[in-house]
Ligand binder design. Structure first.
Ligand code: UGA
Length: 430
């Protein structure tokens, strides 16, 4: 098949490379010239394990191309996948500017009966609205569908190749059949939903997972004051098959480019529809309040941040990515600096993006290794569970001449081991 993917952000590049690896002719289209120039040279503008290799392989075998020109990419495409960003505006509502602009540009160039498939995360009603927009400008009949994305950063290639399910939201049987054929090699259940359900399924998945994290964080807080241990509690409740023991680690709350945005958009959508407060609004607030609340709690435990040398290990929002969007470090580091701490940061992949996200904080020192960041520290904050960090032997940086605190922000370390190294251990809910 001839496929064009519009939007070469995270989801777009992974989707394009994986479709190409199935033997399709795929064009990645973006209006960002710098991004396309980099992709044309086989360079992925962000870190994602396995993606560079796949991209190069598919470019070399001639299945994958990139362009900034709609005229080059749309007229031959049988399927146009729209994967542009849908950020939240300042009121928390979804901003569809990029989506609409893509629709306006592609509509007059569509091939007869091409399928326009929206992959971007959008509220119910969007496909119907965008179909009207397309119809005003298209010169031929076309088909539409919603194909929401469920991949995670850090494991995006594997998630796309081995999805739990494929959701296709369309009222058009032919569009469904063609998209089902495209996704058959993934050997996953393929669901035909109405477009509104498909849009909602995406928001609901992310909101449910975000809710799960907020829930376990609340239980962790109660463990902390009651003498219970959250890890024991998770072990016990996780054996209930209705609950499960996965996706359950407590910490600084959820970050990244998806959960905070999607929960806030769902909250705004719910208010606009039902005119009442809702679970998602509260979830959003709980998550926003979490880091300041924990920082205050840690400050009390260590006797204040003023004058403390703090090693912040893990700057990205999660391991295996250099994405800094809504990373805990972006909130934690300014707070530490504001409170008078001397901060040394380390990350295996995200130092460069951190210098951009934390550009207003020149006092922050970036270090090239865990040892350099942690040597002499009063407090070590293991913020993100990069394998290099959780497997590191911190005995190397123990200074026997003073008390050193070890904040295990995601309960990734064995408290006994950290204590044996000589640190005062501070975990979450234990
Ligand atoms: C999330 C969803 O998991 C994907 O299914 C979805 O496709 C994607 O958003 C999206 O909408 O594009 P992602 O943001 O890459 O994927 O990362 P997750 O691994 O889900 O983590 C999100 C946040 O929750 C991170 O800050 C992570 O540290 C935090 N988290 C996750 C916890 O605090 N505890 C957990 O148990 C799990």
């Amino acid at each position: 098949m001839n496929i064009t993917v519009i939007g070469t952000g995270f989801v777009g590049v992974v989707t394009a490379a994986v479709y190409a690896s199935l033997g399709h002719q795929v064009t990645g289209l973006d209006v960002d010239e710098a991004k396309i120039a980099s992709l044309k040279e086989g360079r992925v503008p962000f870190y994602e394990p396995g993606l560079s290799e796949l991209l190069l392989e598919q470019q070399q075998n001639g299945n994958l191309h990139f362009t900034t020109n709609y005229q080059d990419a749309i007229p031959n495409a049988e399927i146009v996948v729209v994967a542009v960003g849908t950020p939240s505006d300042e009121n928390g509502a979804v901003n569809l500017t990029y989506l609409r602009s893509a629709m306006d540009s592609l509509a007059p160039l569509l091939k007869e009966n091409a399928i326009v498939a929206i992959k971007s995360t959008v509220p119910p009603g969007t496909l119907t609205e965008e179909t009207k927009r397309l119809a005003e400008k298209a010169t031929v009949p076309f088909r539409v569908a919603a194909v929401p994305e469920f991949l995670k950063e850090g494991t995006a290639v594997a998630d796309t190749q081995h999805p739990d399910r494929i959701v296709i939201g369309t009222d058009d049987q032919t569009a469904f059949d063609l998209l089902a054929d495209l996704h058959k090699p993934f050997n996953a259940p393929i669901l035909k939903l109405n477009p509104e359900s498909a849009h909602m399924a995406k928001y609901a998945s992310n909101a449910y997972l975000a809710n799960r994290i907020a829930f376990i964080n609340q239980i962790a807080d109660l463990c902390e004051v009651s003498g219970a241990n959250i890890q024991e509690v998770i072990g016990a409740i996780g054996l209930d098959k209705r609950i499960g023991s996965h996706y359950w680690y407590p910490g600084f709350g959820y970050g990244g480019s998806c959960f905070p945005k999607d929960v806030s958009e769902l909250s705004t959508y719910a208010k606009s529809q039902n005119k009442v407060e809702n679970l998602f609004t509260y979830l959003d607030k709980l998550n926003r309040d979490r880091i300041p609340m924990l920082m205050e709690r840690y400050a009390q435990k260590i006797g204040g941040w003023q004058g403390k040398q703090v090693a912040v290990l893990g700057l990205s929002f999660k391991p295996q990515t250099n994405d800094m969007r809504e990373a805990p470090s972006v909130h934690v580091i300014p707070e530490l600096l504001e409170q008078g701490a001397l901060v040394k940061g380390y990350d295996p992949k995200a130092i460069e993006s951190a210098t951009y996200f934390l550009k207003d904080h020149p006092e922050l020192q970036y270090k090239a290794s865990i040892v350099e960041a942690a040597q002499g520290a009063d407090v070590i904050m293991a913020l993100i569970e990069w394998p290099e960090i959780i497997n590191f032997d911190f005995a190397q940086v123990r200074d026997n001449g003073k008390e050193q605190w070890f904040i295990d922000a995601r309960n990734q370390f064995d408290p006994q081991k950290v204590k044996a190294w000589g640190f005062t251990y501070i975990g979450v809910g234990q």
